[in-house]
Design a protein around this ligand. Structure first.
Ligand SMILES: [Zn+2]
Length: 330
């Protein structure tokens, strides 16, 4: 069978072997690859950085910084390999790939030049995602918690200008600065006014990261498991608004959010009871080992008795149904 995947970051979509192959074969003398080679003399050391235990979500996200600089050197190279791998090795036939266009521009350039390059880089990602394999790819542009209102607004405008981009997301490391809650509401209001779909990383690892003031603006929520675990009274509102949770099981193990996938049983049960749809997704499979592939997510949930084998088709159907560009009948 085939699977949809509604939540995958470009930065976490390329296996370390692909990144290392690029470093050793194609970018011997680039500043970024030299910097990485100095830090990780061998492939084993480089791959360990992806596979090592992480302390928490913040530690986990540091790998994205490592990857983004390298991907900025040759965005088409990494995008093409990520998409064709998803089709061939994971049986994904519908992929929503998300990325921050600003972070795919060279960090060495002045801010003005990086902003001017965002549209070109986003176009490169979109074109490189076309493969001969049977997979449809839709794109989500990530706004960032640490970016100014103005830069995040530029990302919304870019999303609107590119027909292949269906939605915007709120992502990036938690940090001081960045838009206020009121400014996020304004940004999402603008995105909706432009006809874009919306999602936001929320309630992933921290029970304090629950923001009901954004619910009226969201079509989906990235993760949201802490809502079901700690504020289940909010699930009725999510159901009434038909907000779908993008649940990425292996992420919670890798970020030390959960000790076992069996802890998701209460999340799935409460969402089922309240009528909140859940779509099973991968997030950053390159950081999750073999279990990180989409089939691994389903397998882990079945093995730990969070879902029953007979429900696999139903959960896959939810993904197609809540896709930002639905291709299958629900
Ligand atoms: Zn994510």
């Amino acid at each position: 069978m085939n699977f949809p995947d509604l939540h995958r970051h470009l930065g976490g979509a390329t296996h370390p072997r692909i990144l290392w192959g690029y470093i050793t074969k194609h970018a011997r003398d680039s500043e970024e690859s030299l910097r990485i080679r100095r830090r990780f003399p061998t492939y084993e050391e480089f791959a360990y950085e992806f596979n090592r235990p992480f302390h928490d979500l913040a530690d986990y996200l540091t790998v994205h910084h490592l990857v983004e600089g390298l991907q900025a050197e040759d965005v088409p190279y990494f995008t093409h390999r990520a998409v064709r791998g998803a089709a061939v090795f994971e049986s994904i036939d519908y992929l929503e790939l998300r990325f921050n266009p600003y972070k795919r521009t060279p960090a060495s350039l002045p801010d003005r030049d990086r902003r001017a390059l965002m549209a070109e880089v986003a176009g490169q990602v979109i074109r490189a995602a076309r493969t001969e394999f049977p997979i449809q790819t839709t794109f989500i542009l990530c706004m960032d918690r640490g970016f100014s209102v103005e830069l995040n607004r530029a990302i919304i405008a870019l999303a609107d200008a590119l027909p292949e981009v269906a939605a915007v997301d709120l992502a990036g490391p938690y940090q001081p600065g960045g838009p206020t809650p009121g400014e996020w509401r304004e940004l999402y209001t603008e995105a909706k006014a432009r006809g874009l779909k919306t999602t936001a990383h929320m309630a992933e690892s921290d029970p304090g990261d629950i923001h009901p003031h954004l619910f009226p603006y969201l079509d989906r929520i990235g993760h949201g498991i802490q809502i079901a675990l700690h504020q289940p009274q909010l699930l009725d509102e999510l159901a009434a608004r038909a907000i779908c949770l993008e649940v990425c099981p292996t992420t919670y193990l890798r970020t030390n959010t959960l000790q076992s996938l069996s802890e998701l049983a209460v999340v799935f049960a409460r969402c089922r009871g309240a009528g909140v749809p859940i779509s099973i997704a991968t997030d950053n499979p390159a950081l999750h080992g073999e279990a990180g592939r989409i089939v691994g997510q389903y397998e882990g949930l079945v093995r730990d008795e969070v879902i029953h084998f007979n429900e696999i088709l139903q959960y896959a159907a939810v993904g197609y149904q809540y896709a930002f560009r639905p291709t299958h009948a629900p």
